[in-house]
Design a protein around this ligand. Structure first.
Ligand SMILES: [Zn+2]
Length: 141
């Protein structure tokens, strides 16, 4: 399934749409494939794509190729998201939530998420004073 998603997404780069509707279809299909790849990468973060940590690492990396998001960054920020869900200063995904009456920002924030994760991870103060095995796991992954 991961190979089909990545193959379909990257294979679409070699097709030249013949008209406007074909461009729309191309964008929709490849956006959907990128979404499916992200869902599979999420499963890999939680260890469900393979029997070993290494298998999940490689399946997750491959699944995120259509999105051009590094799996290790995705894994780190996603596990921090689960640990600190909805804590504004410690949940890396809280960024996507717009302020009241600024809901129009949501799609822009969603597109900016991978960049936000990278900048967020560079500031390890966001992880707080927690220095247990979880942080160690994040840093060595
Ligand atoms: Zn999750």
């Amino acid at each position: 399934m991961v190979c089909a998603v990545v193959g379909g997404s990257l294979g679409g780069l070699f097709l030249v749409p013949s008209n406007g509707w074909a461009y729309v279809a191309d964008v929709l299909v490849r956006s959907y494939l990128a979404f499916v790849g992200t869902v599979m990468a999420h499963e890999a973060v939680h260890g469900l794509m393979g029997p070993t940590r290494a298998a999940n690492l490689w399946w997750g990396r491959l699944a995120l190729v259509p999105c051009m998001v590094p799996f290790t960054n995705f894994r780190k920020t996603h596990l921090l998201h689960h640990r600190f869900t909805n804590e504004q200063s410690r949940d890396p995904d809280h960024f996507v939530k717009p302020a009241a009456n600024r809901e129009w920002e949501l799609p822009l924030r969603a597109v900016a998420m991978p960049h936000h994760w990278l900048l967020w991870l560079r500031n390890l103060e966001n992880v707080g004073n927690y220095s247990g095995p979880f942080l160690t796991m994040c840093l060595v992954a």
